[in-house]
Design a protein around this ligand. Sequence first.
Ligand code: ADP
Ligand code: MG
Length: 415
Amino acid sequence: MTSADPIAQSPQILACTISRDVENFDLLIEDMENVLGEAWGDLSLQEASEFLSQPEASAMEFVAIAMDESDEDQIPQIEAIIHTARDAGIKVILITENVSANQLHQLLRSGAEEFLPYPLPEGELASAVERLRAPAPAPEPQEAPARTKKIAPSRVNTDGVVLAVQGMAGGTGATTMAVNLAWELANMKGDTGTRVALLDMNHQFGSVGTYLDLPRRDAVHELLSDIEAMDDEAFCASLVQFEDKLNVLTAPPDILPMDYLSQGDVAALIETARHNFDYVVVDMPSVITQWTDVVLNSAHVYLAMIELEMRSAQNTLRLKRVLQAEDLPFDKIRFILNRAPKFTDLTGRSRIKRLAESLGISIDVQMPDGGKPVLQACDHGQPLAESAAKNPLRKEIAKLAAQLHELNQTTSEAA
Ligand SMILES: Nc1ncnc2c1ncn2[C@@H]1O[C@H](COP(=O)(O)OP(=O)(O)O)[C@@H](O)[C@H]1O
Ligand SMILES: [Mg+2]
């Protein structure tokens, strides 16, 4: 080429912000400067698609699209921008503030590589860019689709096995999982049968009692208000039985503050339950409490329910940050994707893959949508096995229970 290339004269632009007005996202401006110095530009929503379809744009690494609730009517335009960027081989980081779950869901499908909340958490843009720059992992060998992979217990048990379930957002199916997992375990065939306790640790709006149609008893309040005085007998006396097989510590009749129990109280409660039962299934509140780490540390398996949507994704990121900042074992958490797309749904599968990658987690187990019968089972106060035994969700939970049980048998024989 004889004539000077006009692009080469200006500093190489590696990235662009795209928004209605970038001044509304001043933390993003700051972060872009930290990550890229001057090698970035800014485009309005109107300019973006045209610019990105020019050949020179494809030299860019990524675009950061920022939007808030006032851009909700621009979603089709934003989706078009994402598609144009991806066609040009440019990665997309989506940054959102106060955008409704529905809209986010729609955007999540459009193929952005990373999604971040605004205001941007410290260092989050830098780590997202780092992830984008990491070489793509070698393609995984195609295996036969196995919905349920093995979950290894994280330590050898002596007393009962503690299985905790927490939803990464409200309504992600934590209680449904806890109740049905506990029921499946209680029905495991064995020489002696398995003794299972189910503890509802949501002392405010716990719904285990509702899902199993059990009364909320004052005895629970009494137990929780003086854990120091608790012995095996007092603990067992405050449990109610579901069909003589499952022992349940329901939530107390009145709402208690989430910090009603101290760390020591919760540790004592779990230890006592472990002495008395083979399995202790703990239904955790979806909020983080001062004793969440006690349960996390004592659990053999800590299940986190997520869904393919923004709230789960963002809360998982937040949880990851908190746990890692406090040196708590984030890696112990096994993620379960609830209401997972079907295996034949290829776009669904790639969305799952992207979600896992962008959160830096592996999604070990997927649970299908069980439809109306799941809600009906809750309303009738029955586990799925009793009211809808053939339901696909029930089948997967039964499989998971069987695996956990089998692993537990092998590890306790080996111990
Ligand atoms: N896989 C599923 N298929 C169909 N309905 C489900 C599924 N998982 C949960 N639900 C329903 O979603 C609602 C919320 O579930 P729940 O277990 O109470 O969530 P959480 O305890 O996380 O708030 C309930 O009505 C439940 O019946
Ligand atoms: Mg719940």
